[in-house]
Ligand binder design. Structure first.
Ligand SMILES: Nc1nc2c(ncn2[C@@H]2O[C@H](COP(=O)(O)OP(=O)(O)OP(=O)(O)O)[C@@H](O)[C@H]2O)c(=O)[nH]1
Length: 368
């Protein structure tokens, strides 16, 4: 765990928060104000390490620009709260709760995070500021227990099924993934199996041409599973490393969805050992909690192995990452941070936390 043990001389007040429903007596509040956060002299604490990692990352600019809307509703407000920090009291906990909810963390996850923040308050002096401590709490909350390694090292073509409702960004994300893996030197082919929306097939085909990869496409209303069979065979024949399949995005009743997804899995498995190796659910981050509800339908219908959150650049609801961790227990694999093919980045918790807070720097004493 990253901690900085310098400079902490704060005595947090325990057990006074929302859980107890009690407001602190005025005298206690006043005494806390006098023990406000010690001078922010340490620069090598939690945020410094986060910043160091961030500045070394090739993805930093994309994370920073793509997460701007979330940073404004989340990071800037946490910073303001931290700058005025005078101890843990109900007011602070309530404000944290509001910020989390407005970032679409969801009530359940938000409550857990705030409780954890309060319960672990004895650690607060290990950090350079309240904001650092809070971000570390978020980090631990997300990091716990999601251990689902990628199933990508195979002797056969790796098959990735893309699922999600229409409009979530599934087709665009499929094209972005093709580019991402091709840029890594993989031989990729793509299946345009979203035969429900004719435009989706054209869209993938155009991208495939542009990116110079083979596209196995379906006819309008052809059974997506039969397109997948052709695509799996073609991937084997051509010695492809990967097949990325854009599948139909109908959110019908659960039974139909389940039948369709089960069939797609079955045919892939029959054609290529262990396939599909990954099934990624594409979620539109702008839909926030509704997206989570949708996601439940998919996870109940099939073995989803990861989430791709799209349109993060167009929403202040960046906290939905925490809601996914809490409600779906699935790892976020990639973030969609814009419309262009290069606007997709593997999800990295530290870069995300830095991106939504920018190390909570202000323009004066803590900027570079
Ligand atoms: N700003 C932004 N726009 C995105 C992102 N991903 C997708 N989009 C846009 O979202 C819209 C819908 O994307 P599609 O890829 O067509 O969505 P889809 O889920 O495949 O929809 P269907 O083909 O109808 O199933 C398009 O205008 C995309 O350019 C993203 O990360 N950021």
């Amino acid at each position: 765990m990253w901690q900085d043990t310098e400079g902490g001389c704060l005595f947090p007040v325990h057990g006074t928060g929302m859980a107890s429903g009690m407001l602190l007596p005025v005298t206690a509040r006043l005494s806390m104000q006098s023990s406000a956060w010690p001078e922010r002299r340490d620069r090598m604490g939690f945020f410094s390490k986060l910043k160091e990692k961030f500045s070394r990352s090739e993805d930093k600019d994309k994370y920073l620009s793509g997460l701007t809307p979330s940073r404004k509703t989340f990071g800037d407000r946490i910073r303001a709260l931290s700058n005025n920090y005078h101890g843990i009291d109900d007011e602070l906990l309530e404000e944290l709760m509001v910020i989390l909810l407005e970032s679409d963390v969801g009530i359940h996850a938000a409550q857990k995070i705030v409780d954890r923040f309060e319960e672990n308050a004895s650690r607060i002096s290990d950090y350079g500021s309240m904001e650092e401590y809070f971000i570390q709490i978020l980090r631990e909350f997300y990091d716990e227990s999601i251990v689902l390694p990628l199933n990508m090292e195979q002797d056969v073509p790796v098959v990735i099924l893309m699922v999600g409702v229409n409009g979530s960004g599934k087709t665009t994300t499929t094209a972005k993934l093709v580019k991402y893996y091709k840029d890594q030197g993989k031989k990729v082919c793509v299946a345009a199996a979203d035969t429900f929306r004719a435009g989706a097939v054209d869209q993938i085909e155009t991208w495939a041409e542009r990116l110079g990869v083979e596209c196995i496409k379906g006819r309008p209303n052809q059974d997506p599973s039969s397109v997948l069979v052709d695509a799996c065979r073609r991937a084997k024949e051509t010695g492809a490393d990967m097949l990325i399949a854009d599948t139909a995005g109908r959110l019908q009743n659960k039974q139909n969805l389940m039948n369709e997804l089960t069939k797609m899995h079955r045919v892939c498995e029959r054609e290529i050992e262990g396939a599909p190796h990954e099934t990624w659910l594409v979620l539109d981050a702008t839909t926030g909690q509704n997206g989570i509800l949708q996601a439940h339908q998919f996870t109940e219908a099939t073995n989803v192995t990861g989430i791709i959150l799209t349109k993060m650049d167009g929403t202040a609801k960046g906290g939905v990452v925490m809601a996914i961790r809490d409600g779906l227990e699935l790892p976020v694999r990639f973030l969609g941070l814009g419309e262009k093919p290069e606007d997709l980045r593997p999800f990295d918790l530290d870069l995300y936390l830095y991106g939504i807070t920018k190390g909570l720097e202000d323009d004066t004493d803590r900027s570079e």
